[in-house]
Design a binder for this molecule. Structure first.
Ligand code: PMP
Length: 361
């Protein structure tokens, strides 16, 4: 369209520091087997969708939704054995993390994380004007608690992010590590458990009123609902109140609130899906261990591995040429040469393994 006379001029520049950080987005290549974004390979149960459609008929769409999302938070609270006052929900766990940074970070405050870890922790902290304290994991990706403690004492961050199981390494923290980190900082410790249900231990058991610890979960992985954009936090009610102060009014739409609540009624199906993913993950790790690659143990729905004799990028290309897409993490700091494969269905994993055998041959 031709601009109205006299109005066109150079547009104002956005903030100069908005450049996307490495590891933020995953290139989408048209392939038959997509194992790059840690989604569930299975759809949610059809009965859930039917229940949701029935619910949708009762929603007054001309009205704003329940601003406090009471029904959803009560259901989630019951599911986790905590009162609704200890539950904060948002549009995906990414929005929960953003709310944490808005409420506890910001100018003059810092957020700490231990790299390599989920790239969005640093990205969101940066976007919210929160200073970054980036500690390093050991070369085997475990957390050096003594070094971490020293760093936290020195830097005094307002927020400390842990990711367990950690994306993209797949390693989970244990009770003693999380407790030591909580003891080592005056800040709020946030354990991102986006993959929590695939792991054998959860930091949820340490969450209590008066303990500066919160756990973040999502419907995107175990619940097979990445398209729904729903995540939540379980923590002290004081933390939930602070997050509510930064959330936009009515940020959770009525349909999503119903969808999230209804999903909890299908937990047996969810557990069944999680068990298949875990079994397939262990099969993938075992198969990779017999190949010329280094593979890390995983407690999540993905596996990190590194070809021993070939460049990661080259192997990634070889897989794409065979219509298999994995995540190319080979140029991320600390992950030189590594690739990350999301656990798919048995057939998808077989496709991946045979394509990889060909590429490495
Ligand atoms: N945390 C971690 C560790 C993740 O890997 C992801 C998804 N890639 C998220 C949070 C974001 O999940 P959601 O879809 O709930 O925003």
């Amino acid at each position: 369209m031709t601009p109205p006379a006299g109005l066109a001029r150079p547009l104002p520049p956005p903030r100069a520091d908005l450049g996307l950080r490495q590891g933020y987005h995953s290139p989408q290549v048209p392939v038959e087997v997509r194992l790059n974004t840690n989604e569930s390979p299975y759809p949610p149960p059809p009965e859930w969708l039917e229940a949701l459609v029935a619910q949708a008929r009762n929603i007054a769409f001309n009205r704003y939704p329940d601003r406090a999302a009471r029904g959803l938070r009560e259901a989630l609270g019951q599911w986790h054995g905590v009162p609704p006052e200890q539950v904060f929900a948002a549009n995906g766990s990414n929005e929960v993390l953003q709310s944490v940074c808005l409420a506890y970070g910001g100018a003059g405050r810092k957020a700490a994380m231990f790299e390599p870890t989920y790239a969005l922790h640093a990205h969101i902290a940066h976007l919210t004007g929160t200073g970054l304290v980036q500690g390093q994991r050991r070369p085997d990706f475990t957390l050096d608690v003594t070094a971490a403690t020293e760093l936290l004492e020195q830097e005094d961050p307002a927020v400390v992010f842990l990711c367990s199981p950690n994306n993209p390494t797949g390693l989970a923290e244990d009770a003693s590590t999380v407790s030591s980190i909580v003891a080592a900082t005056a800040g709020l410790v946030v354990v991102d458990e986006a993959y929590g249900q695939f792991a054998s231990w959860s930091a949820l058991e340490l969450v209590a009123e008066g303990v500066p610890l919160a756990v973040v979960r999502t419907y995107s992985k175990t619940w097979s609902m990445a398209g729904l954009r729903l995540g939540y936090l379980i923590g002290p009610s004081e933390v939930v109140k602070a997050l509510e102060r930064v959330a936009l009014p009515y940020h959770l739409d009525a349909l999503k609130q119903a969808a999230g609540r209804l999903a909890l009624g299908f937990s047996a199906q969810m557990e069944h899906r999680v068990a298949s993913v875990v079994a397939e993950r262990d099969r993938l790790v075992a198969a990779l261990s017999r190949m010329p690659v280094q593979v890390w143990p995983s407690q999540a729905n993905f596996v990190l591995w590194r070809p021993r004799q070939r460049r990661g990028q080259e192997v990634w290309q070889g897989l794409v040429a065979r219509s298999v897409l994995v995540r190319d993490t080979s140029s991320w700091p600390g992950l030189q040469g590594c690739l990350r494969t999301t656990v798919g269905t048995r057939e998808e994993n077989d496709r991946f393994l045979s394509a990889l055998a060909e590429v490495l041959a």
